[in-house]
Design a protein around this ligand. Structure first.
Ligand SMILES: Nc1nc2c(ncn2[C@@H]2O[C@H](COP(=O)(O)OP(=O)(O)OP(=O)(O)O)[C@@H](O)[C@H]2O)c(=O)[nH]1
Length: 225
C-alpha cells in the first residue's frame, strides 16, 4: 500500500483519542498478572480485554513484545507450542481505564499429541463463550502462509461463539514487496466468508515495527469504556 493511502486510512479509522489511548496503554507498565490453566482462576471481568491468538510460531510473543517496546514481556521461543496457559497482562494500570491483554496458547503445533489439542480447544472455547468483557480476539496469521486449515477451524469456532475477531498478518518483512498486497487482498477475500471476522486486515512486522501504531490505536479504541 502506498504510504499516503495508508496514512489516510489511519486518519479515517482512528480518532486522535484512540491513537493517544493506544500509545499510553502500551507505553506504561504492562504487568504479567497470571497464567490461567482453567476458567475458575481467571481474574475478575471488571475491565475490557483483548486476546491474541494464533498458530504456534506465528510471532505472537514477538508482536506483544514489540507493541510494548520490551524484549522480555512475552516469552519468544524457537520451541513452538510450549505455552499452554491463558497469559494475562495488565495494561494501563496507572490510567483510570486499564485493560487486560490475554495471550492465548498457540495452536496447531504438529508435535503436540491429540490429548493436548483437545485440552486447548476446551479451554479456549470455554473462555471465548464465557468472557463478557472480551472485546475482540486478534487472530495472528503468518503472512507467508495465509490461512491454514486449523486457522479456519478456529475462525469457525469464533463465528459459532459469536466472538468479534480480526486478522493480524505477522512477519510482513519476510515477504517480497509485490507479495504483500497479494496476501492482503487474498486474506481480505477469505475473511468475507466468516461472519464474525472484522473486514479490515491489519498487517504487521515486529521486526521492522510496521503496523504497530495502528494496532495500538485499534486496541486503544476497543478497550475505551
Ligand atoms: N522476520 C521476522 N521474524 C519474526 C517476526 N516475528 C517473529 N519472528 C520470528 O518468528 C519466530 C517465532 O516467533 P515467536 O514470537 O516466538 O512466536 P510465537 O507465536 O510466540 O510462538 P509460540 O511460543 O510457539 O506460540 C522467532 O524466531 C521470531 O524471531 C517478524 O515480524 N519478522
Amino acid at each position: 500500500m502506498k504510504p499516503w493511502a495508508k496514512r489516510r486510512m489511519e486518519e479515517e479509522r482512528y480518532t486522535q483519542h484512540d491513537m493517544e489511548r493506544g500509545r499510553l496503554l502500551f507505553a506504561g507498565r504492562v504487568d504479567f498478572i497470571m497464567g490461567a490453566v482453567s476458567l475458575g482462576t481467571l481474574p475478575g471481568a471488571d475491565r475490557p480485554e483483548v486476546a491474541f491468538a494464533g498458530r504456534s510460531n506465528v510471532g505472537k510473543s514477538s508482536l506483544v513484545n514489540a507493541l510494548t517496546g520490551r524484549k522480555t514481556l512475552a516469552r519468544t521461543s524457537n520451541t513452538p507450542g510450549r505455552t499452554q496457559e491463558l497469559n494475562y497482562f495488565e495494561m494501563g494500570a496507572e490510567m483510570n481505564t486499564p485493560a487486560y491483554l490475554v495471550d492465548l496458547p498457540g495452536y496447531g503445533y504438529a508435535k503436540i499429541e491429540r490429548k493436548k489439542v483437545n485440552a486447548w480447544t476446551r479451554l479456549v472455547k470455554d473462555y471465548l463463550r464465557g468472557r463478557p468483557n472480551l472485546r475482540r480476539v486478534m487472530l495472528l496469521i503468518d503472512s507467508r502462509h495465509g490461512l491454514k486449515e486449523n486457522d479456519r477451524e478456529i475462525m469457525h469456532m469464533l463465528d459459532e461463539a459469536a466472538v468479534n475477531y480480526q486478522i493480524v498478518l505477522t512477519k510482513l518483512d519476510k515477504l517480497k514487496v509485490a507479495d504483500r498486497d497479494k496476501i492482503l487482498k487474498k486474506t481480505q477475500e477469505d475473511a468475507k466468508k466468516f461472519i464474525a471476522c472484522h473486514p479490515i486486515i491489519m498487517a504487521t512486522s515486529s521486526e521492522k515495527g510496521w503496523g504497530l501504531e495502528d494496532l495500538r490505536a485499534e486496541i486503544g479504541q476497543l478497550t475505551a469504556f
